[in-house]
Design a protein around this ligand. Structure first.
Ligand SMILES: NC(=O)c1ccc[n+]([C@@H]2O[C@H](COP(=O)([O-])OP(=O)(O)OC[C@H]3O[C@@H](n4cnc5c(N)ncnc54)[C@H](OP(=O)(O)O)[C@@H]3O)[C@@H](O)[C@H]2O)c1
Length: 430
């Protein structure tokens, strides 16, 4: 073991300045250390002999947030302007994601999913509001969001942790969904906040795990945060899921059934077998047989999850129970569209006015109508992890695409009619 003490601002080994004050003693494995790392990653200074040695005690300040000095380049799918799938370009050696604040974690992405939000973000959806968030959080340093990496969720391995990270360590297998302003997960590496992730379920593969985080976090925001559903009070309550066969629907049905709810859902005729296999008590084909009449003849609902929007929202409001706590939660919110069309502030004002109209619609029906949006949620992911490990929730994956076929995966999602999720295997570049 070689010791490389540095005193004051001068490295005793090479007499160079600029290493800062002595402030920490740490043990680490070093593969490749030279003066270029000074002031960049961990300020250390070593002779060729010291470089050859693999384990060292390092004296010196920790100027940055962690001690990892790994990949500086990574492969990723990027867009350089908004548009259609043709805008997606595979870049073999773009600047690797790096930790910039103490509670961040660098993960190696093994798999990620493609969500409708990725397809829409590729087209510029939400850019005005999300750019405000990007600027606030320092993700738009050169004044532009481009090149932009899409992808909101992942399953992978922790490579490096910031100094404030206590819950995770290098080597942990984790999953999660990232806030919309962060550079995305359709890449070899991604930086996430420790609050956005949890340990991955041990009983499923990365390509299965990656299908869950974004839809789980959104469903949790809708049913639990906004809908105020609690596991211990859920049993026997009546839930209607509008759109049961897609990513959100297949997850929501399983969550609700594992909490003992009675679940009715709408879907196409060819998806009825799928949603009943997931536990739905009643499946209504929305394309034939007068679905609204059928739904109207049923007992009223305590909670409605609306993944469809538009006219469906107002029609479904009339199916709410006329008791105080019944709620319709729609995840088809106009907030991003309004801010794109009108600008951020007027868009927010218009959204607030829309919310007022929806509140009146809810009051008319006896319950309340609310909006929910995706919220990253590490503690919800941890609850979901346990439910997956106890087989209460299963990943529903329609198709897994190799990393080099991301545009085909986007096409699949934009064509709609999904039965579960579309996943990308980022470790398969065949
Ligand atoms: N606010 C947020 O933060 C947030 C987050 C996540 C998702 N979302 C939105 O929520 C929606 C659903 O997301 P997702 O990931 O589940 O999408 P998805 O995987 O594409 O699934 C949508 C499903 O709905 C079915 N469907 C279409 N029209 C229907 C109707 N009228 N009645 C019943 N089912 C219908 C589709 O199948 P068929 O067409 O074959 O019937 C498909 O299976 C999307 O619009 C998405 O943008 C919002």
């Amino acid at each position: 073991m070689t010791s490389l003490p540095m005193f004051g601002n001068v490295c005793r080994k090479c007499r160079m300045h600029g290493h800062g004050v002595m402030s920490s003693l740490r043990l680490r494995i070093m593969n490749n250390v030279n003066h270029e790392t000074m002031g960049k990653v961990t300020p250390i200074c070593a002779s060729p002999v010291a470089i050859a040695s693999s384990i060292k005690v390092i004296w010196g300040p920790v100027k940055y947030y962690s001690s990892y000095s790994g990949a500086t380049k990574m492969s990723a799918w990027q867009i350089h302007q908004y548009g259609r799938t043709e805008e997606l370009s595979f870049v073999k050696a773009t600047k690797a994601a790096t930790i910039k604040s103490p509670n961040e974690i660098l993960v190696k992405v093994h798999a990620a999913s493609v969500n409708p939000i990725d397809v829409r973000m590729m087209d510029g959806y939400g850019r005005k509001l999300i750019n405000v968030l990007r600027a606030q959080k320092g993700f738009m340093k050169s004044g532009t969001e481009f090149p932009l990496i899409l992808g909101r969720d992942f399953s992978g391995t922790v490579i490096e942790t910031g100094r404030g990270v206590k819950k995770f360590q290098a080597g942990d297998e984790v999953w999660g969904a990232l806030s919309p302003e962060r550079p995305g997960t359709h890449a070899e590496y991604a930086v996430v906040s420790q609050d956005e992730i949890s340990l991955k379920p041990k009983n499923i593969m990365h390509t299965e795990a990656a299908s869950i985080p974004y839809v789980a976090a959104t469903t949790w925001a809708a049913l639990c945060t906004v809908g105020e559903l609690r596991e211990h009070k859920a049993a026997g309550k009546r839930l209607l899921v509008l759109g049961g066969s897609g990513g959100i629907g297949t997850f929501a049905i399983q969550l609700a059934k594992s909490w003992g709810m009675h679940v009715t859902t709408t879907c196409s005729g060819d998806a009825i077998d799928l949603v009943t296999a997931l536990g739905a008590d009643v499946a209504v084909d929305y394309k034939t047989g007068g679905p609204w009449r059928q739904l109207g003849q049923m007992s009223k609902f305590d909670l409605i999850l609306d993944t469809i929007g538009g006219e469906s929202t107002s029609r479904a409001a009339s199916l709410l129970g006329s008791w105080k706590n019944s709620k319709l939660v729609t995840i088809v919110s106009p907030i991003l569209k309004n801010s794109d069309n009108l600008g951020v502030l007027p868009g927010l004002v218009k959204t607030a006015l829309n919310a007022g109209v929806d509140t009146l619609m809810g009051l008319k029906s006896g319950g309340s109508v609310r909006w929910a949006v995706f919220m990253p949620n590490g503690s919800a992911m941890d609850r979901v992890r346990r439910m997956v490990e106890s087989d209460q929730i299963k990943p529903i994956v329609q198709e897994v695409f190799p990393f080099l076929e991301v545009p085909a995966a986007f096409e699949k999602v934009s064509n709609g009619h999904l039965r579960g999720k579309i996943v990308i295997n980022t470790t398969n570049s065949a």
